[in-house]
Design a protein around this ligand. Structure first.
Ligand code: AN0
Ligand code: CP
Length: 318
């Protein structure tokens, strides 16, 4: 595997899930693969789970790990070519990327959507430059439009908990005070659709996602109706994608908060969220604390999705 940014990069999904469960049962079996190999993780944005789970996965594989928080101690980086660099940015990505590539064997990048210019975000300019100029295999630790390590972990979690072959999975928008990227929602839709589960997406009008990610899903504007008979409820906030409203918060309607009354409409559904989650905005305390909440095993599976991706990359650079 040379890059991992979207569902296509994982190849056959059933095979990837099988490999994930095998790695999970035997997570130190591939320690030899990473000997004298170095992972560089580059963060343009904050992280708890991605940082720790990816580092842990690399350690399981015997790798050395370096972490760079671009906004803490590194030179401020210019990302646009052709800019006269007379402002506060001391270095250009076009030098920084090959330099970073020269110190490591694999690169992970976290670079969120700026939510100002839709074209710029949806062209994935930052991670694409890493792929082009680093000379190393590159994986996304959440880029502008997708969060594939999260979605892979989500599917591992569904695989472990599903009670029927083709569960009904509901992706529900929920309120949040700040504008968030569409990446987690886009990516979740893309992965669930590839897995061939039933996917229903519910959100207020104006929160339609890019059809490229949601084609094949049912869009239901009535959240309660969407919840009926659901086996998994996957909550997430995202900001508007469409037109003029790109990157804006259009609603903070708490009627969309996932609560016990709505969960009662489901088929005793499991509750999922990628975390970090704002309690009593996205989900009530009682729902996230219920035995049917699987947010912690879901987060734990981030170690496994990262390990499969790193393992596959290491197998190719050996
Ligand atoms: C980020 C997002 O919604 O993309 C990261 C989620 C994994 N969330 C926040 O910034 C709160
Ligand atoms: N779910 C997730 O990616 O969490 P972090 O932002 O803490 O890494």
């Amino acid at each position: 595997m040379k890059k991992f940014t979207c569902v296509e990069d994982i190849g056959d999904l059933k095979e990837a899930l099988r490999e994930a469960l095998e790695v999970k049962a035997n997570r130190f079996a591939y320690k030899h693969l990473g000997e004298n190999k170095t992972l560089l993780m580059i963060f343009f944005n904050s992280s708890l789970r991605t940082r720790l789970s990816t580092q842990k996965a690399a350690m399981n594989l015997g790798m050395n790990v370096m972490v760079l928080d671009v906004n803490q101690g590194a030179w401020k980086l210019e990302t646009e070519r052709g800019v006269v660099m007379d402002g506060d940015k001391a270095e250009h990505l076009l030098e920084a990327i090959p330099v970073m590539g020269s110190y490591c064997d694999i690169i992970g990048v976290r670079s969120f959507a700026g939510l100002k210019d839709r074209n710029e975000d949806y062209e994935e300019r930052v991670i694409e430059q890493f792929i082009k100029y680093s000379g190393r295999p590159v994986f996304s630790m959440e880029a502008a439009t997708r969060h594939p390590l999260q979605s892979f972990a989500d599917l591992i979690t569904i695989e472990e908990h599903k009670r029927i072959e083709r569960p009904k999975v509901v992706l529900t928008w929920a309120p949040h005070p700040k504008a968030l990227p569409q990446a987690v929602a886009n990516s979740f839709a893309e992965w669930v659709l590839k897995s061939d589960y039933e996917l229903v997406i519910t959100h207020p009008k104006g929160y339609e996602l890019d059809e490229k990610f949601t084609r094949g899903a049912t869009i239901e504007y009535d959240q309660r109706k969407a919840f009926e008979g659901a086996d998994f409820i996957y909550a997430k906030n995202w900001s508007a994608y469409e037109g003029e409203n790109y990157g804006k918060v259009l609603s903070m309607d708490k009627d969309w908060t996932v609560d016990a009354e709505k969960m009662a409409l489901t088929n005793n559904a499991y509750f999922m969220h990628c975390l970090p989650v704002r309690r009593n905005m996205i989900v009530t305390d009682d729902v996230i604390e219920a035995p049917t909440s699987i947010v912690i095993p879901e987060a734990a599976n981030r170690e496994i999705s990262a390990e499969v991706v790193l393992k596959r990359m290491l197998e190719e650079i050996k």
